[in-house]
Design a protein around this ligand. Structure first.
Ligand SMILES: C[S@@+](CC[C@H](N)C(=O)[O-])C[C@H]1O[C@@H](n2cnc3c(N)ncnc32)[C@H](O)[C@@H]1O
Length: 256
């Protein structure tokens, strides 16, 4: 693939991802700026909605997990240039989410309803904070590398790919997976929890916990003892909770 085309593809994939990310916020927040949301959309019987929605969550989880693994990446880069691999992943993840928005069938039975304006405001603030943490964490890791732009840019400039670094800035000093902590907040913090929203939050939470196990296997393979020591010293999603009982807590020199 010519490098200019690769760069253009990376930019298009990034633009689609960003629009999908904004839609996801509006989808979960039931914001009136979008046509369908988690609680607003085509009617279906409870059984149909349950089956369809579980299938959509599974589709997203499978796509995301399979394509993120090192073995899949090695096989895939025999067909796709290495510099475009991440952009293909970003595009496929966005498409899986767009299918979820399109296919989602609301299940509107109320699970909880917070009517106290102060408490409801607090839950909205946590919802917004969750998305803020997600976005900021991508910049703390390397936003442009995570979304495939850096790889295409380096290929265009004929620069060698940057060596992976174990990063621990800011939130990463408190928890190992702040981006996922942000998602947990955004999925669960709502003053009006419906059955559909609960299914989405629970399904995505289970998937996230499984994804963390697989991601940490890859991170240990990549960074070895440094990641094991980080894992023993720093909590998983909540500060101090979910540290491994493995290798001793040796202080690490921050890589950033
Ligand atoms: C979507 S990001 C999520 C990062 C992290 N799990 C979190 O929740 O903040 C996934 C990518 O980040 C990388 N990654 C995770 N933790 C990292 C760290 N501390 N330093 C560098 N890369 C990391 C993984 O290898 C993976 O490619």
């Amino acid at each position: 693939m010519p490098r200019m085309l690769q760069m253009a593809f990376a930019l298009v994939a990034y633009a689609i991802f960003f629009a999908t990310f904004l839609y996801l916020i509006a989808f979960l927040g039931n914001l009136p700026v979008v046509p369908v949301t988690i609680d607003r959309g085509p009617d279906a019987s409870l059984a149909t909605a349950l089956l369809v929605n579980l299938g959509l969550i599974a589709l997203f989880g499978l796509q995301h997990s399979a394509m993120a693994r090192q073995g899949f990446k090695r096989a895939w880069t025999r067909l796709v240039p290495a510099a475009a691999e991440r952009s293909v992943y970003v595009l496929a993840s966005s498409i899986a989410l767009l299918i979820l928005f399109w296919g989602w069938r609301p299940m509107t039975a109320t699970i909880w309803e917070v009517t106290n304006p102060l408490l409801a405001g607090l839950l909205w603030a946590l919802f917004a904070a969750g998305w803020g943490i997600v976005l900021l964490s991508t910049f703390l890791i390397n936003h442009f590398e995570l979304f495939g732009l850096q790889q295409a840019w380096f290929a265009l400039r004929e620069r060698a790919a940057a060596a992976p670094q174990l990063r621990q800035p800011l939130f990463y000093k408190l928890v190992r997976h702040p981006l996922y902590s942000g998602f947990f907040l955004a999925f669960w913090a709502t003053p009006h929890m419906t059955a559909g929203h609960l299914l989405f939050a629970a399904g995505m939470s289970v998937w996230t916990l499984l994804a963390i196990r697989a991601e940490e296997k890859d991170l240990i393979a990549l960074f070895g003892h440094d990641y094991e020591a980080y894992r023993a010293r720093v909590g998983m999603l909540v500060p101090g909770i979910g540290r491994s009982a493995g290798k001793g807590p040796e202080p690490l020199a921050p890589a950033e």
